[in-house]
Design a protein around this ligand. Structure first.
Ligand SMILES: Nc1nc2c(ncn2[C@@H]2O[C@H](COP(=O)(O)OP(=O)(O)OP(=O)(O)O)[C@@H](O)[C@H]2O)c(=O)[nH]1
Ligand SMILES: [Mg+2]
Length: 242
C-alpha cells in the first residue's frame, strides 16, 4: 500500500519469539505504515530485537509497569497514533499480516470501524470456542440494550478505525472501559456512536506461532463484567466457582 496514513498497533507481552518477525513482515507488505509496539515491560529481549531493526517507522513503547493490561495497551496505542487510521492486531501471528490490507481498504473506503472476522476458529479448543460464543452472545445483548451496532465477531482482537474518532471516545469514556481485559473492541462498540459505519473482512484465525498464551480466568471473567447489568452478577457468581 503506498501511503503512510496508517499505524499498526501491536500490543505485546513476552513475544520475543515472534515480534521481530512480525514487524519485518508488516514492513515488507506495507512499506509506508507506522508500527507501534505497546509492550508491557516484557523484559525478554523484545526491545533489543526491535531496536536492532533500526527502522525509524517502528516505535517500541515501554508501558507503565503499574498499568499492565491488553485493552489498556490498545487504548493507549490508539491515543498515541498520529495517522488518520489505525489497525490493532496480535503479535503472535494469529492475525495474519496479509489480512491487514483488506481491513485498511475498509477504512479507506469510508468505514469508521473495520473488524477482522475469524472465519475458521479451529485454533480454539472446544471449551474456548464455547466460551467465545457465549461471550459474543452476551456482548450482543449488551449492545442491543444500549441501542449500539454490533459486529459479527465482537470478541475479535483484529480491528481498526478512524483514529480521531476513537481517540475522542477513549478520552471521554476511558474511565468506564475495562482496561485490564482482552476485549477492547467490545468497549469501543459499547461507548462508540450508535450510527457507526462498520466494515468487516474475514480472515483465517490460526494458532499462535510460538510463545505462551496470556489468556486466563481473570481475563474471561472481565468480559462478563463488561456486560452490564446482568454480566456483573454472573461474574461475581462465576468468580466464586473453582
Ligand atoms: N501489552 C500487552 N499485551 C498483551 C498482554 N496480554 C497479552 N498481550 C498481547 O495480546 C495479544 C493476544 O494475547 P494472547 O495471549 O495471544 O491471547 P489469545 O490469542 O486469546 O490466546 P492464544 O490463542 O492462546 O494465543 C498477544 O499479542 C499478546 O502478546 C498484556 O498484558 N499487555
Ligand atoms: Mg494469541
Amino acid at each position: 500500500m503506498g501511503d503512510s496514513s496508517c499505524t499498526v498497533i501491536l500490543p505485546t507481552y513476552k513475544e520475543a519469539g515472534s515480534i521481530r518477525r512480525m514487524a519485518m513482515r508488516l514492513r515488507e507488505l506495507y512499506p509506508d505504515f507506522f508500527i507501534l509496539i505497546m509492550d508491557d515491560n516484557s523484559r525478554d529481549g523484545s526491545k533489543e530485537l526491535i531496536d536492532g531493526l533500526n527502522d525509524p517507522m517502528v516505535r517500541f513503547m515501554e508501558r507503565d509497569p503499574g498499568d499492565r493490561g491488553l485493552s489498556a495497551s490498545i487504548f493507549q496505542g490508539i491515543a498515541e497514533a498520529e495517522t488518520e487510521f489505525f489497525i490493532n492486531m496480535d503479535s503472535d501471528f494469529q492475525h495474519p499480516p496479509e489480512a491487514v490490507g483488506p481491513l485498511y481498504r475498509c477504512v479507506l473506503d469510508g468505514a469508521d470501524l473495520c473488524v477482522g472476522i475469524r472465519e475458521d476458529r479451529t485454533a480454539l479448543s472446544p471449551v474456548r470456542w464455547l466460551a467465545s460464543w457465549s461471550a459474543h452472545f452476551m456482548a450482543a445483548m449488551t449492545l442491543w440494550l444500549r441501542n449500539k451496532k454490533k459486529s459479527s465477531d465482537i470478541m475479535s482482537g483484529f480491528f481498526g478505525g478512524r483514529t480521531e474518532l476513537y481517540q475522542s471516545i477513549i478520552r471521554k469514556y476511558g474511565g468506564e472501559m475495562d482496561r485490564h481485559g482482552f476485549k477492547a473492541l467490545f468497549d469501543l462498540l459499547k461507548f462508540g456512536p450508535f450510527d457507526v459505519k462498520i466494515c468487516e473482512a474475514p480472515f483465517v484465525f490460526g494458532k499462535r506461532s510460538t510463545g505462551e498464551s496470556k489468556l486466563n480466568k481473570t481475563v474471561i471473567l472481565s468480559v462478563l463484567r463488561q456486560c452490564e447489568p446482568f454480566g456483573k452478577t454472573m461474574a461475581r457468581v462465576a468468580g466464586r466457582l473453582k
